[in-house]
Design a protein around this ligand. Structure first.
Ligand SMILES: [Zn+2]
Length: 324
């Protein structure tokens, strides 16, 4: 079945189905287990987004992991528990996920949920858009100390997401952002954890900073957004490239060119849910059960056998984060 066929409401996983009585316009339920974060119901143009979840894809022939998701962040017309989210993912061959923190609240959520849910590993950090805000309030050092303390949890396997974001941060925040990035790299290096990098419009500076620091063994470009040039740099340095729904977008030719150059041993897959929903559902809420859309698109781009690609992705994911 292609993803465009038989897209009926009944194919939406039960926990994600829109209830008959919708919430008031402009309101959506917040996740009962989350850190209270709610994705905006409006897009950048101020238009109301579609808040119904896409149907589930066909299961993958070999299970893989979603190596970057935000289960603390509520989106869509329904409130979905962590257990239901992971059950829906497991039903289509997504056997685990890395829950990623972006600030202190979501990093605390991450560490707590790891004790209850064997299908999750964790990553903790202060997002590059969060660090300048903390620094301006004089709270960055204390926050970094808490991140390092949380990172000692045995199921936290990565420091992330950290990095540089030149899209949303004002010029005066950039120095603080780079300082925070370097501090996160240092924590990952000292604790022997993987580094999950957020790189938005900042490829050259991310590569420069990485070249100047002592790096941990495993470095991951989360939501890889570069072209062939960055893929070559990643290949040379053994840095992992994690492909998200963005790689399926019609205007993402450069990412697909990069995919064709990327060393298969360095490829990962992720959702960055609730963001970056793969084609043809761009703009709707995302969830780990939608990973198969991205993996099938990757297999199409690469001309790979789907099962072989899944096996490779799974091996690579466990090489970075260890066993679940
Ligand atoms: Zn993310």
């Amino acid at each position: 079945m292609s993803s465009e066929q038989n897209l009926t409401e009944s194919a939406v996983p039960a926990a994600y189905r829109t209830p008959d009585a919708l919430p008031e316009q402009g309101e959506t339920p917040t996740s009962p287990e989350g850190g209270g974060r709610q994705r905006s119901s409006f897009d950048k143009q101020g238009e109301r987004r579609k808040l119904d979840y896409p149907p589930a894809p066909e299961p993958l022939p070999v299970p893989v992991m979603d190596n970057h998701t935000h289960l603390d962040m509520a989106d869509g017309n329904v409130s979905v528990s962590v257990t239901d989210a992971l059950d829906a993912a497991e039903a289509v061959g997504i056997c685990g996920a890395v829950q990623v923190g972006c600030d202190l609240a979501s990093s605390r959520f991450t560490v707590n949920v790891l004790d209850d849910e064997p299908r999750l590993l964790g990553a903790v950090a202060l997002h590059p858009n969060e660090a300048p805000l903390l620094a301006a309030r004089g709270e960055l050092e204390d926050a970094l100390a808490e991140i390092e303390q949380m990172a000692s949890h045995p199921r936290v396997r990565a420091i992330g997401e950290t990095g540089l974001d030149f899209f949303r941060t004002e010029p005066e925040g950039l120095e603080r952002q780079e300082y925070s990035f370097r501090r996160h790299i240092d924590i990952a290096h000292r604790l022997g954890l993987a580094l999950q990098i957020h790189d938005r419009d900042a490829h050259d500076d991310v590569v420069r900073v990485l070249g100047e620091e002592n790096l941990p063994e495993k470095v991951v470009f989360h939501c890889f957004s570069g072209g062939p040039e960055l893929a070559r740099i990643c290949n040379e340095n053994g840095w992992y490239m994690s492909f998200a729904g963005t790689s399926t977008f019609k205007n993402a030719g450069a990412i697909r060119e990069a995919m064709l150059i990327a060393d298969p041993a360095l490829m990962l897959v992720e959702t960055d849910a609730p963001f970056l929903t793969p084609h043809p559902f761009r703009g709707k809420p995302n969830a780990s059960y939608m990973v198969p859309f991205t993996v099938r698109a990757m297999a199409g781009t690469l001309g790979s056998d789907l099962g072989e690609l899944c096996s490779t992705l799974r091996t690579n994911t466990e090489a970075v984060y260890g066993r679940w």
